[in-house]
Design a protein around this ligand. Structure first.
Ligand code: GCU
Length: 699
């Protein structure tokens, strides 16, 4: 019972080194006075009750207190202790389920510390309360809540918080707070920029259990409660994850995640009844197909208690789906939902459905319209345990897109917002791009002007992981802030991007004020900087095909993927108006639809997403489109160089390896931003023939 949390085994530690714990590094607090203050509360630890999540909370509190304060708390067992509210022996940290603690001898005598009950907290919520004698109560509505309370308290210690007079009550905004891995069975990660897969390695599963446990701790510390371990593109090997001989391996991973309150999901192949089950069809309305899924699912639950459910990418980018059988997506999703329902499982059905074999000559088909066109007619047709997962924009995780109208349109269907933490189109973790400012804009978007923001209508969050086997987890050390920040926002979307960034800096990089001020500015500016040297004014892409890294203005212009900018000698942009274009603007509620319909009222940053305009069109900023392109590309490249200079300015305050690793990436970014600047400026100068008003060098 008294074992310390050990995390990685010795060999793994040697591989991963000093950054292995990300924001849970628990380095000793340097401020002696603060340490003494915290130690006065943290000297004793009492766990009331038992269970796996509580055990995880106990281990974490021990390890955090030992690391941060220099000595382990004394663990007081039920038998030895008297009422700590009164207290022989001094204050303690008391952790447990709210209702158990309220009825235990540890409930404080005084009503001053009145403790909330489980109903007030909900199953995942928690309270942190100061007791009468300086004790602190960490109370969960359910077991997960107690674990989150422990992490919430640890975060306070790590960020130098005041732990006197605490009356904190937290409830997550959404029941689903999910991370999707695009990990393949062979150990590669689709759109992964941080090494290989944590879960898979050359066909084997769960070989890195110590690291997976650390991963689970990090996820729980930010409130993540669902993880899909394999890629939405389910190939032959991953289809077999549902097979008898693979399920036990999946179950071992699920056991570790479950101890941290995380349900494991699998991405499944819609054609699995054929490929794995040997049936002649995967038609969702065929009784044999439904029976196959029922039996397979029952077996999954026999092996994996608390299994979350299935993630499905169907009829999308060559994946099989119900369209093959003349069925719609409700038919497909509901059949799987029925198989899962008796076990309490959920189908996460993705809405990323569009024609990826478009003819570039065809200007009427508009990929942006696709999700809304496919799914709006099905609103209300899905079972209660189906969640439609909708990308935040109508296209595909570009640095600038309008908010998906489908998110705002569906009223009778459970939905989850899908974000991409991995930086596929935002610099692939070689460029710094803190994504929270962009995500906040999405969450705050109020299309109808009726205070129904995206944050209010989303029933959950899912995001594509940026995590891999790299020592620092995310390739670019500062990209950890996107992972951390995603979890914090999924818990509470009202938290400011800057406050979250500061938390991460203090926890991961330490308490140095100069470091914090410098890094927070770098983070907060980085998305705008990235946008200003890449594709302009919302038009998107301009990247090299396939891997999507680096500039290639026409890389996708004559491709079948539906991602065009239509630049010619006179102008650029996509006409998505109702009046003369694809009609996409009409998918929004009236207020947004009319704002987007006219170039006069369309926000500058989305002008080329909605309109095809001449290069001399004047923006609201007063600049012409072409001069805006030149100016922002020059500024963007300069500001990218500024990120490197900022980092250099704190070199002496950083561990040398941290400094050098990040510097290498920032130096590459500065150089690569110049490449973006010059390729885009040159392209548009040659197309338009219009010179830069400031006469700067364009090639
Ligand atoms: C993007 C990405 C693919 C991914 C797809 C998806 O298109 O490039 O790698 O499979 O999104 O979200 O399914």
């Amino acid at each position: 019972m008294n074992g310390r949390y050990e995390g990685c085994g010795k060999e793994e530690r040697a591989v991963y080194g000093e950054y292995e714990q990300a924001w849970l590094g628990y380095r000793r607090i340097e401020d002696g006075a603060l340490r003494v203050k915290y130690a006065a509360v943290c000297g004793r630890l009492i766990v009331v009750g038992a269970g796996t999540e509580l055990e995880s909370a106990r281990l974490e509190l021990r390890s955090a207190i030992a690391g941060l304060l220099g000595s382990e708390p004394e663990e007081v067992s039920d038998a030895e202790s008297a009422d700590v509210g009164g207290v022989p022996g001094g204050p303690a940290i008391i952790v447990g389920l709210a209702d158990t603690v309220r009825e235990s001898r540890y409930a404080p005598a005084s009503a001053a510390a009145d403790l909330p009950d489980a109903d007030a907290l909900g199953s995942e919520g928690y309270a942190i309360r100061s007791g009468t004698n300086g004790s602190v109560y960490l109370l969960g509505g359910g077991a997960k809540g107690a674990l989150y309370a422990a992490f919430g308290f640890i975060r306070m210690l790590q960020t130098g918080g005041d732990i006197g007079g605490l009356r904190i009550l937290e409830r997550p905004a959404y029941p689903l707070r999910m991370i999707d891995h695009w990990d393949n069975a062979d150990g590669t990660v689709e759109r992964g920029y941080a090494g290989g897969s944590l879960f898979f390695d050359g066909g084997r599963i769960g070989e890195r259990m110590g690291r997976i446990r650390d991963y689970a701790r990090l996820q729980a510390s930010i409130g993540i409660n669902a993880v899909a371990i394999n890629n939405v593109n389910v190939h032959a090997e991953e289809t077999r994850l549902l097979a008898q001989d693979r399920l036990d391996d999946v179950a071992r991973v699920a056991d570790v995640l479950r101890a941290y309150g995380i349900a494991l999901y699998l991405s499944v192949n819609f054609a699995a009844p054929i490929e794995l089950g040997g049936l002649g069809t995967a038609d969702p309305l065929d009784p044999a197909v439904a029976a196959w899924w029922r039996e397979t699912t029952a077996e999954v639950y026999r092996r994996i208690p608390g299994f979350g459910g299935y993630v499905v990418k169907a009829d999308s980018e060559h994946r099989p789906g119900p369209f093959t059988y003349g069925r719609n997506h409700a038919d497909g999703a509901n059949m799987l939902a029925d198989a899962l329902a008796t076990h309490g499982g959920t189908v996460i059905w993705r809405c990323f459905v569009y024609d990826c074999r478009q003819d570039w000559r065809d200007r009427r088909t508009d990929r942006a319209r696709a999700a809304y066109d496919h799914f709006m007619p099905l609103d209300g047709a899905f079972r209660d345990n189906v969640v439609l997962q909708i990308k935040h924009g109508p296209m595909d995780f570009q640095v600038r897109e309008p908010v998906s109208p489908l998110l705002l349109g569906l009223r009778r269907t459970r939905i989850a917002l899908e974000l991409q933490i991995t930086q596929e189109y935002t610099g692939q973790q070689r460029h710094l791009c803190y994504l929270l400012p962009m995500w906040k804009e999405v969450l705050d978007f109020d299309a109808a002007g009726d205070d129904r923001k995206v944050a209010d209508v989303a029933g959950g969050f899912a995001a594509v992981s940026n995590i891999g086997t790299d020592a620092n987890w995310t390739g670019h050390l500062l990209a950890q802030a996107n992972w951390y920040g995603y979890g914090r926002l999924a818990w509470d979307p009202s938290l400011p991007a800057e406050a979250i960034g500061r938390e991460w800096i203090r926890m991961a990089l330490g308490p140095d004020a100069a470091v914090e001020e410098t890094v927070i500015r770098m983070l907060m500016d980085s998305h705008a900087i990235y946008e200003s040297y890449t594709a302009p004014l919302g038009v998107g892409w301009m990247v090299q095909p396939n891997h999507h890294y680096g500039p290639s203005v026409d890389g996708y212009e004559y491709s079948p993927w539906g991602t065009y900018h239509y630049a010619d000698r006179d102008g650029i942009g996509v006409d998505r108006t109702v009046a003369t274009g694809t009609g996409y603007a009409g998918q929004y509620p009236a207020a947004a639809a009319s704002a987007y319909e006219s170039p006069q009222t369309c926000p500058d940053e989305l002008l080329l997403f909605f309109h095809h305009v001449p290069y001399d069109t004047r923006l609201k900023s007063g600049k012409t489109v072409i001069q805006h392109i030149y100016d922002t590309r020059f500024e963007g490249a300069d500001r990218a160089a500024g990120l490197l200079a900022a980092w250099d300015s704190i070199a002496d305050s950083l561990p040398s390896r941290t400094y050098v690793e990040v510097r290498t990436r920032l130096a590459h970014q500065a150089e690569h931003a110049r490449e973006w600047r010059d390729q885009l400026n040159t392209y548009f100068y040659r197309k338009s023939g219009i010179p830069d008003a400031l006469g700067r060098t364009i090639y």
